[in-house]
Write a protein that binds this ligand. Structure first.
Ligand code: SF4
Ligand code: SF4
Length: 150
């Protein structure tokens, strides 16, 4: 494992998690395009090599990188919702968009089910093909939840 990969996959610090949403990348570096870094207007996401790297001190959790990634490799994690819960924000195909308040299954990066989540907000993106979903789940899932299933 190279240093970029170790850095790239690092979660925000516990202190940063308490301050609200922050971007996390699961980019495998294959066909990596840099669109996430180009979308970031805060200088918080760079792609100096094969992999994007998030600077969590600069990241404000705006979600532009999540919306921009064509391969669903970016997500937002939020550890500011109390000791028992967290929020995860992901992009999804429009056909998979759940309704606000709907119960979903949180999935890890391999697609394995982790536990239940409840959709806090979902909305379609202007491209007409994708949507954004923010769901709340058990706090212990924060490092692992990277997607959902309706
Ligand atoms: S969430 Fe916003 S500020 Fe943070 S890395 Fe992504 S685009 Fe940049
Ligand atoms: S936009 Fe997505 S696929 Fe492209 S470099 Fe960023 S995380 Fe990787």
């Amino acid at each position: 494992m190279d240093n970029a990969l170790k850095t790239d996959r690092r979660l925000p610090s516990p202190e940063r998690l308490l301050r609200g949403r922050a971007a996390v990348t699961a980019c495998p570096g294959q066909d990596s395009c840099g669109m996430c870094a180009m979308a970031c207007g805060f200088g918080a996401l760079k792609k100096p090599g094969r992999l994007p790297i998030v600077d969590h001190d600069k990241c404000i959790g705006c979600g532009a990188c999540v919306k921009a990634c064509p391969r669903f490799n970016m997500r937002l994690v939020d550890g500011s919702k109390g000791p028992d819960e967290c929020e995860i924000t992901v992009k999804c195909p429009l056909s998979a968009l759940p309704a606000d308040g709907e119960t979903v299954r949180a999935l890890d990066l391999s697609g394995a089910a982790l536990g239940e989540g409840r959709v806090v907000q979902s909305y379609p993106l202007p491209d007409g093909r994708h949507g954004m979903v923010r769901f709340r789940a058990e706090r212990a899932l924060l490092p692992y939840a990277a997607g959902f299933l309706k």
